[in-house]
Design a protein around this ligand. Structure first.
Ligand SMILES: [Zn+2]
Length: 414
């Protein structure tokens, strides 16, 4: 099924986008395979980032490297100023010790392909309009997009699109309540106490480990009294060295997550009071650190998602219908979604259900089906870019949903 638009120039531009991707398909797959074969964890994506940026530069893009002071981020731009600016967000970080077990080499492929496709579409149209491919590092840790959003990297963009590989259940978040992700804050809790002989004069000691244990007990007591979307999960990173010395230093790392930024911040406040209580009980001195940037909850723009889904259908990629469901994981796309209308569709790269962040996904990320479907989704992204540039009413509707979801949504003002 191919969507027929009234304007033949638009049709030609949509076609040109697909043809440009087809002409470069071999090279694009090689780019993705290169990233797969050189898995680089968050903030170390030197080869992967350069490979994407170089590819875009060779194909007519003007590239700025080191965007938002992140050495492995980039901004690649093409087209004519004065019209809408459409962004595609490429990721390329791998999982330490596993490799591309989340398929981010395919995310790079989909969005770089979308970039070259839309560039060709814009050339065919001959109207003002720009395409920007952002290289967004460190999704799995650090939250690269959070830094980029805060630095204003996405402020001049009208819509941001992307695609993430998944299982046969993968869908495009077209309906209200779909495409959610949890807000997430990392919390570092440290206690400093007083060392003493644990048998001879324990009364002279202040036990920092006891304070950490009380934090876990307090959070477990809190679990009964929070909404079902709340998540607390922690590990003890420091808990003393030997039994006969009262631990004078102990520490734990926690993630606190919730469906909205506002509720997540409320929960972080409760965890803080638990930690203060533990300090009071034990006499240990507390350090409570929330300086790591939070991932914001994802506000998917369903008007934009619906426009994308039309093109996913048009290129023949069959996806199940989206359904409303609570977010489970978190993503730094959330931070982008507060700044610019956003959609990240999911699509299948494997023909059966499987555990994510696994060896199976490492294999699927370098498979025939993975590359085929990723090129298709790249084409759908590019065609959506053509639609956005040529349909002002669509862009207006997307903007209106963005404004209203921010106004009525659980927004903690930036
Ligand atoms: Zn991922």
């Amino acid at each position: 099924m191919v969507t027929t638009l009234a304007n033949p120039t638009v049709d030609r531009a949509r076609l040109a986008a697909g043809e440009a991707i087809q002409a470069l398909a071999g090279e694009l797959v090689e780019l993705s395979r290169y990233i797969h074969q050189h898995p680089e964890p968050a903030m170390q994506e030197t080869l992967s980032s350069a490979a994407c940026a170089d590819f875009l530069e060779r194909n007519g893009f003007t590239v700025e490297r080191g965007t938002a002071d992140l050495p492995t981020a980039f901004r690649a731009e093409a087209g004519t100023p004065g019209g809408p600016r459409i962004a595609f967000l490429a990721e390329y970080d791998a999982l330490p010790g596993l490799g591309h077990g989340c398929g981010h080499n395919l995310i790079a492929l989909a969005n770089v392909a979308a970039g070259v496709g839309l560039r060709a579409g814009l050339a065919e149209l001959g109207v003002p309009g720009q395409v920007v491919v952002f290289g967004t590092p460190a999704e799995e840790a650090i939250s690269g997009k959070a830094f980029m959003a805060e630095a204003g990297a996405f402020d001049d963009v009208d819509a941001a699109l992307g695609a993430h590989p998944g299982t046969p259940e993968a869908s495009c978040p077209t309906v209200e309540g779909s495409g959610q992700a949890l807000a997430c804050q990392a919390v570092r809790i440290e206690f400093r106490g007083q060392a003493a002989h644990a048998a001879a004069d324990p009364y002279n000691g202040i036990n920092a480990l006891n304070a950490v244990i009380e934090v876990f007990n307090g959070i477990n007591a809190l679990r009964q009294h929070v909404r079902s979307d709340a998540r607390f999960h922690g590990v003890i990173t420091d808990g003393g060295h030997v039994p006969n010395v009262v631990p004078d230093f102990a520490a734990a790392d926690f993630f606190v997550r919730a469906q909205t930024m506002a509720y997540m911040e409320e929960l972080v406040g409760k965890v803080r009071r638990i930690a203060e209580g533990a300090a009071l009980i034990t006499g240990a001195e507390l350090s409570f650190d929330t300086s790591e940037k939070p991932s914001w909850d994802m506000i998917t723009n369903h008007t934009l998602a619906t426009a994308l889904k039309r093109n996913i259908d048009a290129v023949g990629l069959a996806l199940p219908d989206a359904k409303a469901e609570e977010g489970s994981g978190s993503t730094d796309w959330g931070n982008v979604s507060y700044v610019v209308p956003s959609v990240e569709t999911s699509y299948p790269i494997i023909d059966h259900m499987c555990t994510w962040h696994s060896r199976e996904v490492v294999e699927a990320s370098d498979s025939e089906l993975g590359y085929t479907n990723t090129l298709l989704v790249g084409r759908a992204l590019a065609m959506t870019g053509v639609d956005l540039v040529t349909d002002p009413a669509l862009l207006t509707a997307i903007r209106a949903e963005f404004e209203s979801s921010r106004a009525t949504g659980p927004v903690t003002a930036r």
